[in-house]
Design a protein around this ligand. Structure first.
Ligand SMILES: [Zn+2]
Length: 101
């Protein structure tokens, strides 16, 4: 399972800085980056699963929480829920592999 994560740098910028960076990226032809910056503006402030609040200014939280960008959706997961979700995926994969073996 490979998931794209946003550049952590973006967490420390305000709206105006993000917009400026997105604009610059667009002018450089880095469409992908500018799109990610726009999506960052949609980032929620709580875990999608357990609703634990997320502080964008807390560096430790920014480093440990997981952001998943899928098309137009931005999903935020705390480390506990992320680990649990990953465990479920691993378990599921194992079951499929065992079934095929
Ligand atoms: Zn959570």
């Amino acid at each position: 399972m490979t998931l794209p994560t946003l550049p952590t740098l973006a967490f420390h910028m305000n709206r105006k800085q993000r917009r400026a960076m997105a604009k610059e990226a667009k002018e450089d032809g880095q469409e992908d980056l500018s799109e990610k910056m726009i999506l960052f503006g949609k980032l929620g402030d709580a875990c999608l699963i357990c609703e634990k609040s997320f502080d964008k200014k807390n560096k430790e939280m920014v480093m440990s929480w997981n952001v998943v960008v899928r098309e137009e959706e931005v999903r935020l997961y705390c480390p506990e829920c992320w680990d649990r979700a990953r465990g479920i995926v691993e378990d599921f994969k194992e079951r499929i592999e065992n079934k095929n073996a």
